[in-house]
Design a protein around this ligand. Structure first.
Ligand code: PGA
Length: 261
């Protein structure tokens, strides 16, 4: 029996609170250029800071690029008195097509809880945006052997209102907290085990075919050097990249590794 085809890989560049007016545009243009050669083999998304979304959207459009523009966060209300927040409609108005929710920096620095994360995910899906739900255990949880338990809870809570037919608009990013920005990466085997457990949770919540088609990215100190070995694992369908996404050559190498997979 041949194994089913892997879902199309997706690489995300999470720029976090980095770049400026000039460098964000240059970086987006570099990503558009290198990604054009892999457009039929892998999806590429970038998540710039909010202030630069519109100019990057215009640049991607002018270049005829298929790179998906993403936002790092959104708020759950449509509009009104929510000082400092940004709605799904505003993001779409700026050309955004995908959004991160539940990133570990928002869970652990901004203290977002699972209920707010689920509400953000629902808001994004209702607006027709693709959502990347980020999950992952802390070092303490990993050392206590709780990795699969934590990701299961985060997925069950994050996807609690999602219907099976909406799952094709969801991507999961498994990002062990201890690996983010630290230079420590999960081994390919550890990533595979965590991804396999995540897919089993999704299969039990929805159904097996939907779980098989779900794209699960690995994130946490992905580099040009380690991307290929992690993404070659059967349940790894791309990467969510922080630090290395700010370096055009490194990000291009990661995108090319995904396309070659
Ligand atoms: P990193 O960040 O690649 O710098 O570890 C990944 C992320 O936070 O998405």
């Amino acid at each position: 029996m041949t194994s089913p085809a892997k879902p199309r890989p997706i690489i995300g560049g999470n720029w976090k609170m980095n770049t400026d007016h000039t460098s964000s545009l240059a970086l987006a243009q570099a990503v558009a250029k290198t990604s054009s050669t892999v457009a039929d083999k892998a999806d590429v998304a970038i998540f710039p800071p909010f202030p630069y979304l519109l100019q990057i959207s215009q640049a991607l459009c002018a270049a005829g690029s298929k790179v998906m523009l993403g936002a790092q966060d959104l708020y759950i209300a449509e509009k009104g008195a929510f000082t400092g927040e940004i709605s799904a409609a505003m993001l779409k108005d700026c050309g955004v097509r995908t959004v991160l929710v539940g990133h570990s920096e928002r869970r652990h620095i901004i203290h977002e809880g699972d209920d707010l994360i689920a509400a953000k995910l629902d808001t994004a899906l209702a607006a027709g945006l693709q959502v990347v739900l980020c999950v992952g255990e802390t070092l303490h949880q990993r050392e206590a052997g709780e990795t699969d338990h934590i990701t299961e809870l985060q997925i069950e809570r994050g996807l609690k209102h999602v219907k099976t037919e909406q799952l094709s608009h969801v991507v999961i990013a498994y990002e062990p907290v201890w690996a983010i920005g630290t230079g420590k990466t999960a081994s390919p085997d550890d990533a595979q085990n965590a991804h396999n457990a995540i897919r089993a949770v999704v299969a039990s919540m929805f159904d097996k075919p939907s779980a098989a088609n779900l794209r699960i990215q690995y994130g946490g100190s992905v580099t040009a050097a380690n991307a290929a070995s992690i993404m070659s694992q059967p349940d790894v369908n791309g990467a969510l990249v922080g630090g290395a996404s700010l370096k055009p050559e490194d990000f291009a190498a990661i995108v090319n590794a995904a396309a070659a997979n």
